[in-house]
Design a protein around this ligand. Structure first.
Ligand code: B12
Ligand code: SF4
Length: 495
């Protein structure tokens, strides 16, 4: 739903895997199904006749689509080696192989750059099932290994076609880049830290600047989970960009406390072209922030918003709506959202495999339909009747529409929209009118009534809270600059 309106961004993870596979001597094509249809994919299967097909499964909601495509691929090209990888896929590898019923030959857990060339080399060899991070119907290898250096394998952006389709809001067209990987915090609802074993790695300033300099688009989305945790890294990249005369507009995501602590680096990047930022606010009250283990106070959050305004950033924030909310709670958030200049997004609290709340959330899931795990649907029991919940949710989200979309927005940015349209860039312009057709109470409710062909495996009941190491995909053996870099020492595992 999100990507139907506000943005469509390039699959930078897949581009990095493609880069590694190409470096190993393979011929590679990449098809982004956010842009192309299934018919295009089937045509590609005939034209290109690949020996192997790998699907990216970063999002849980895409599981049924990928399973169907894998099955159809095997039917059309029985000799083709079919595999999948990516964020969500890494947490549910065995379950996916079971659903695929032979259509998926392997699942790759964790980062794909180092292991995918080895996987392709091992096709047809029983040793396939012994590779780190690889899971096959015949067994699983040891835990995945981490890339020693994230400068290797810069994204193969030349492989993505129709790049003018990538945009986020007014940044149209927009490319993506990665300056750091991982997150040293440990919020209970998030799997970014569990995927990377709470590690945090940085690109060298030179390689990061070189990569940004190679980008043809005038705008860049920085995909880092939390930008500029280490201000000196941000400054060093900035200096390299200045040396190379790179001038772009940037969008990034960060935490409120990081903005407060490292204000100077954001101020510096403002001069380099950073205009838009996303702050993970998550909640307005202390209790909810504690529950999310966000490790910030509402006071810090509000102060960060003031700083961002002072520095002249356009800011989007997110609030997590709990299915337990009643009309009063929605009304409070709505009132607040209307009173601030920021773009306020609302997502629904969702326990995802790989998060701590997947194991500890005591409420039973009301659905096992992967497609509803997109933080826009309620998968836990709602206090309000479900239809009423969606009514309140959509009414609250509609504040965005009132303040930042439609005619209001067009009046403010008519010049820009016209300039983009003249260049054939219409993603932003179209976005302004889509809200009503996408965010719709009846549509969201009806999504629950669709027949479910693939059922998720529900979380096993656990007696004790899982420790961090039980949740990790990557288990860093070396010191990769992780937990000790976070402002709080990690809590010990409960075991
Ligand atoms: C950038 C980002 C976005 C971008 C999307 C960019 C894109 N086109 O994919 C935007 C802002 C659009 C976005 C939106 C959303 N996102 Co997001 N996003 C991220 C973020 C911060 C970084 C992803 C990234 O680019 N990483 C850098 C690249 C290099 O890594 P990577 O993609 O993971 O790829 C590596 C591996 O996964 C693997 N790999 C990937 N693909 C493949 C394929 C094969 C074959 C192989 C072998 C390996 C492999 O190898 C790659 C290289 O090492 C992640 C958090 C995270 N750290 O993963 C959340 C994250 C993936 N997003 C999340 C969510 C919830 C969403 C939204 C639903 C939020 C919303 N408000 O609606 C939407 C849904 C969008 C959609 N398409 O449906 C959740 C995922 C939840 C889930 N389990 O499904 C995450 C984990 C964040 C979180 N806090 O929990 N997101
Ligand atoms: S700070 Fe952000 S990326 Fe890191 S664990 Fe919390 S929500 Fe996830």
């Amino acid at each position: 739903m999100y990507s139907e309106i506000f943005l469509r961004l390039e699959p930078i993870g897949l581009e990095r895997v493609a880069s590694a596979v190409r470096a190993a001597g393979h011929e590679v094509r990449l098809l982004d199904l956010q842009i192309f249809g299934h018919a295009d994919y089937y045509r590609e299967l005939v034209d290109f006749a690949p020996h192997a097909v790998g699907f990216s499964l970063n999002y849980l909601a895409n599981v049924p689509e990928v399973l169907d495509l894998a099955k159809e691929t095997k039917r059309r090209r029985p000799g083709c080696f079919v595999f999948a990888g990516g964020h969500s896929g890494s947490f549910i590898a065995e379950e996916l192989l079971e659903h695929a019923a032979g259509a998926l030959d392997a699942l790759v857990r964790g980062e794909g750059e180092a292991i995918t060339p080895r996987l392709l080399e091992a096709v047809g060899d029983p040793r396939l099932a012994t590779l780190p991070g690889v899971v096959t119907p015949d067994g699983a290898g040891p835990a995945p290994t981490m890339l020693d250096d994230i400068d290797r394998f810069p994204p193969a952006r030349d492989l993505t076609r129709r790049r003018h389709k990538y945009f986020i809001g007014v940044l149209d067209p927009c490319a993506s880049a990665e300056l750091t990987r991982g997150c040293p915090w440990d919020c209970s609802f998030c799997s970014a830290w569990t995927f990377y074993g709470r590690s945090y790695r940085k690109a060298s300033p030179e390689a990061a600047a070189e990569d940004l300099a190679r980008i043809a688009e005038p705008n860049v989305f920085l995909v880092d989970d939390v930008a500029f945790i280490h201000p000196e890294h941000g400054f060093a990249i900035g200096h390299e960009l200045e040396k190379r005369n790179v001038r772009k507009q940037y969008y990034l995501e960060t935490r409120c406390d990081v903005l407060l602590r490292n204000r100077e680096v954001f101020e510096y990047w403002r001069r380099l072209g950073l205009h838009y930022m996303f702050l993970g606010l998550e909640a307005l009250d202390e209790d909810a922030l504690r529950l999310h283990r966000k490790r910030v106070t509402p006071g810090d959050n509000f102060k960060a918003l003031e700083v961002a305004r002072e520095l002249g950033f356009t800011v989007a924030v997110n609030i997590i709506a709990d299915p337990d909310w009643d009309e009063r709670r929605f009304a409070i958030v709505r009132e607040w959202a209307l009173s601030v200049p920021e773009i306020v997004h609302l997502t629904v609290a969702t326990p995802y495999p790989g998060t701590e709340i997947w194991h500890t959330e005591a409420r039973r899931l009301t659905t096992l339909d992967y497609r509803l795990f997109d933080v826009q649907h309620a998968v836990l029991p709602t206090r309000l009747p479900l239809q009423r919940f969606y009514e309140e949710l959509v009414a609250t989200q509609a504040v965005i529409n009132r303040k930042h979309l439609g005619l209001t927005a067009l009046r403010e940015v008519a010049g820009l929209a016209a300039r983009l349209a003249l260049r054939g860039q219409t993603n932003f312009l179209r976005m302004l009118w889509k809200f009503g057709s996408v965010y719709n109470r009846d549509r969201q409710y009806a999504d629950h009534l669709r027949p479910v062909r693939y059922q998720m495996r529900p979380p096993a009941a656990v007696a004790t809270k899982p420790g961090p190491r039980d949740l990790f995909v990557h288990r860093p053996t070396m010191n990769v600059g992780g937990p000790e870099m976070a402002p709080h020492t990690p809590r010990r595992s409960s075991r």
